[in-house]
Design a protein around this ligand. Structure first.
Ligand SMILES: [Zn+2]
Length: 275
């Protein structure tokens, strides 16, 4: 029997500089594949065009190179990314999934804005108020939401098609994970909810392949005050890649002698204890 090849992915979002937590996550995905003779896919989540910026795209490539993280599938650099790999080239594919969901009755039109929801006293998860309104889609006014009621959920229906006509993150992520044959995804605990939503969407659309992807969630790297990292880690990756790799090893529970630094190759036999 042919053994399925392992494929993991690095999925940075070019809407800001990456922080140490992002790099640790990439190292984990990369190591898991490399230790098993698998492949690595690099995907830049750039559907959110308002926030994706060229300088951040460029920084991603520089940072990955400095860390010694390579990949087998994906853009070779910024130019190749814009030419062939931007998620914007895959709009038709994403719309196809949204259409499948709609055909199966899992979507509805929502005309709420953040402001109108706030005025009605709603905050946090979307309360599902347009679910049964039967609204007709209007360009630049309407969004399309995925209806979670079939899964026994009353709120938090995610937008799948934004008002600007752009497919939302979950749709791009699901399609890309399937189309590029991803087998394992390691992501932070903060994305557990996203994984749940994506599984529901895939189930609703009857995408059997998505069920075969193994999702693992790991503890987040916290700052010295115990808060989740959100800001850029400065130029940690580019200026001190070895110290970042050493920190990663310690985070994984590996005892590294004081003052020693590790190179990425030295992690090849290293047990990935947190997964
Ligand atoms: Zn609504």
């Amino acid at each position: 029997m042919k053994k399925t090849e392992i494929i993991t992915r690095l999925a940075p979002t070019p809407s800001g500089y990456l922080h140490r937590g992002n790099f640790y996550n990439f190292l984990l995905n990369w190591l898991f594949a490399r230790q098993r003779g698998g492949k690595v896919f690099l995907r830049l989540d750039d559907l959110d065009s308002d926030r994706a910026k060229p300088e951040f795209v460029e920084a991603i490539f520089k940072d990955l190179e400095a860390l010694g993280l390579d990949w087998d599938i994906g853009p070779s650099g910024p130019d190749d990314f814009y030419r062939k790999w931007s998620q914007k080239h895959r709009t038709d594919r994403y719309v196809e999934l949204i259409k499948t969901l709609s055909d199966k009755g899992f979507t509805y039109v929502c005309n709420c804005s953040r402001k109108s929801l706030a005025e009605q006293g709603f905050s946090g998860d979307y309360p599902g108020i347009c679910r049964s309104k039967g609204l007709v889609f209007q360009e630049d006014v309407s969004a399309v939401r995925f209806n979670r009621s079939a899964f026994g959920v009353d709120s938090g229906d995610p937008v799948v098609l934004r008002k600007e006509g752009i497919s939302a993150y979950h749709i791009g992520s699901i399609c890309d994970d399937i189309d590029y044959g991803i087998t394992h995804v390691f992501r932070g605990n903060d994305l557990k909810y996203s994984t749940q939503i994506q599984k529901e969407i895939a189930l609703a659309a009857e995408i059997v392949a998505f069920d075969k992807i193994q999702f693992h969630h790991h503890e987040l790297l916290l700052d010295t005050e115990g808060q989740k990292l959100s800001k850029s880690g400065g130029n940690a990756a580019r200026n001190q890649p070895d110290s970042l790799i050493t920190e990663f090893a310690r985070w994984m529970g590996y005892s590294v002698p004081e003052g020693a630094t590790l190179k990425i190759q030295e992690l090849m036999d290293f047990p990935l204890s947190i997964i």
